[in-house]
Ligand binder design. Structure first.
Ligand SMILES: C[S@@+](CC[C@H](N)C(=O)[O-])C[C@H]1O[C@@H](n2cnc3c(N)ncnc32)[C@H](O)[C@@H]1O
Length: 257
């Protein structure tokens, strides 16, 4: 079992090593990336409509990566966006892209669990994703609450924790992992499926963390938020009839007071 600092180091070094390949893969799977965002494009993300109009709002994206597709989409929806990532390589790529496209997004290197460079009471919206990389979800929620103005809203969206432990083979549903197992999951990161499709082969140790649905909701409430809405999406996955009957992604909207 490693310390929090060792775990954060493993995650940062893996993403530092992988990031330029990761962004190359993004460009291959999204060839009109630059035209799309300069033309005012907004990616298809089920959670984007949940907040209503974000025009003029200060919005923090906690985990943007080099592609920053959500950050650029929020920008194109009219929000004033600050976007963070723990990896300096990710932020360099995202900043270069913003400059190339003339999009005004403030990119910062920051751990989404602490948000050190982000002042208290400075945001109208926190958009939080990818909590599998966060060891301390409760600390993260307290800092998301800290940076929000009173009345500001958190939009969390991610894979539904039940969907994360299920698989399907030949029409048969399988529970692949213990839902309640919260031990850190150490593994050798090769690449995302998209990366492997394009011949990228990273080989770096890293770690992920599992959070149950109750862990997520309780961490948000205990940080001082009031829940407004929990949304579950249905998985519509071709070739996976069993998984298609179950939830796939989820979102939470909560208000800070
Ligand atoms: C899969 S990418 C996100 C990509 C993309 N923008 C999206 O949401 O589809 C995950 C990103 O999380 C970042 N990350 C991992 N741990 C983090 C943390 N504690 N704080 C901020 N960013 C983190 C990684 O550096 C990586 O760029």
């Amino acid at each position: 079992m490693k310390s929090k600092e060792e775990n954060a180091h493993l995650i940062r070094t893996m993403w530092e090593a992988y990031h330029s390949d990761y962004f190359e893969c993004c460009l291959k799977s999204f060839p009109n990336y630059y035209e799309f965002f300069t033309g005012g494009g907004v990616i298809d993300d089920f959670s984007f409509s949940l907040l209503g109009d974000v025009k003029g709002m200060r919005l923090l994206d906690t985990c943007c990566a080099g592609d920053a597709v959500q950050a650029f989409s929020w920008h194109n929806l009219g929000a004033k966006v600050t976007a963070c990532d723990i990896s300096p390589a990710a932020i360099d790529i995202a900043r270069n892209n913003a400059e190339k496209m003339g999009l005004d997004v403030d990119f910062r290197v920051a751990d989404a669990q602490t948000l050190a460079p982000i002042p208290d009471n400075s945001q109208d919206v926190v958009f939080a994703t990818y909590i599998c990389w966060y060891e301390d979800l409760r600390l993260a929620c307290r800092n998301w609450h800290r940076v929000l103005k009173p009345g500001g809203r958190l939009l969390y969206r991610g894979v539904h924790p039940v969907a994360a432990v299920l698989g399907e083979e030949g029409g048969k549903l399988m529970v692949e992992e213990e839902y309640f197992d919260r031990k850190p999951d150490y593994y050798q990161f090769d690449a995302t499926p998209a990366g492997r499709k394009y011949g990228v082969n990273v080989d770096k140790p890293t770690v992920n963390f599992r959070h149950t649905l109750a862990d997520i909701i309780n961490a948000i409430c205990d940080a001082g938020f009031t829940l407004e809405r929990v949304v579950e999406t249905k998985a519509e996955r071709e070739g996976f009839p069993q998984l298609s009957m179950l939830p796939h992604e989820m979102a939470v909207i909560a208000k800070a007071f």
